[in-house]
Design a protein around this ligand. Structure first.
Ligand code: SD4
Length: 290
């Protein structure tokens, strides 16, 4: 019925979007596509915002947040989990194997071991050295687009038109131990409504949580806005609350049931990947600040 598979993901995550596309192209479903796509970034030690190699909290602990949501509205999430390379897969297990949606901290880690995941040290030498350097001043000032870059949120539509999404991060570098951002919070960092579309976020998670950003964007699409218009409205809600201090980044991406995409951000510097039969593109969205 003219359904065209597509993948859309935050930041320039070419390997992750290519992996997700490969799953879709081979007839795989959107849930497998987003899981396997974001797993590429979780395993990539050079991405210091996700999974292994992620920057630690201020105490030197790498704590991961992730969630996943399918076309039936099922979802699972892990919050502030240590020692597991693939939090998105643990989130999927929470969704599929438990009556719950979210598991946090030690409980999430324990559950992961029960599901057969292996314990691994996530703090790489590079991230450790940078943290030790940071500790000399211990100033918590998230740097837009630089130090807190590359959280991956991914949305996909498969060949039967089902939409799924995933989001995974190590959170803001040098955060207070125990801090959880938007990325594993359904409605904030990610939301899917298979009748309408999906949205996901990157940037300073606190601001996304305060406006329930991804749910807002999907609801705006339900009310008739295009993905682009909905992303702009989502960012504008955050801007309206923060007039006078816009020295932070927020980026949203969205997709609707027809496979149309949109994206908007506060600061220049945010890019996003799309992969469809039109090709594999790294796109630069419009930003509020030029
Ligand atoms: C967070 N939204 O934990 C994440 C950070 C992020 O690219 O997006 N970094 O607040």
């Amino acid at each position: 019925k003219g359904i065209k598979p597509i993948v859309i993901a935050t930041w320039d995550v070419a390997n992750a979007s290519a992996k997700a596309w490969e799953v879709l192209k081979n007839g795989g479903n959107s849930l497998d596509a987003v899981e396997q796509g974001v797993m590429i970034e979780e395993a990539d030690e050079s991405n210091q915002s996700v999974g292994k190699g992620g920057r630690p909290d201020r105490d030197g602990k790498v704590t991961l947040d992730a969630c996943i949501m399918d076309h039936q509205g099922n979802c699972g999430a892990v919050l502030c989990m240590q020692n597991i390379v693939h939090p998105v897969s643990v989130a999927r297990k929470v969704m599929e194997e438990t009556p719950h949606v979210m598991l946090a901290g030690k409980g999430a880690e324990q559950f992961a071991y029960e599901m057969g995941f292996e314990k691994e040290n996530l703090l790489t030498e590079k991230s450790k050295q940078e943290w030790l350097e940071w500790k000399k001043t211990s100033q918590y000032k998230p740097i837009v687009n630089i130090e807190n870059h590359d959280t991956i949120g991914m949305l996909a539509i498969d060949s039967i038109g089902n939409i799924s999404g995933a989001c995974t991060t190590s959170g803001m570098a040098y955060k207070i131990s125990g801090r959880v951002g938007d990325s594993p919070i359904i409605g904030a960092g990610l939301f899917i409504d298979n009748e309408i579309g999906g949205a996901t976020a990157t940037g300073v998670g606190e601001e996304v949580v305060k406006t329930v950003g991804s749910f807002l964007i999907v609801e705006l699409m339900r009310q008739g806005k295009s993905p682009q218009e909905a992303c702009e409205e989502g960012v504008n809600r955050i801007i309206a609350k923060n007039k006078g201090n816009l020295n932070f980044q927020i980026g949203f991406i969205a997709i609707n049931k027809q496979g149309e995409t949109g994206a908007y951000c506060i600061q220049p510097g945010f890019t996003y990947r799309t992969y469809s039969e039109k090709g594999h593109l790294n796109n630069t969205p419009d930003s509020y600040i030029k």
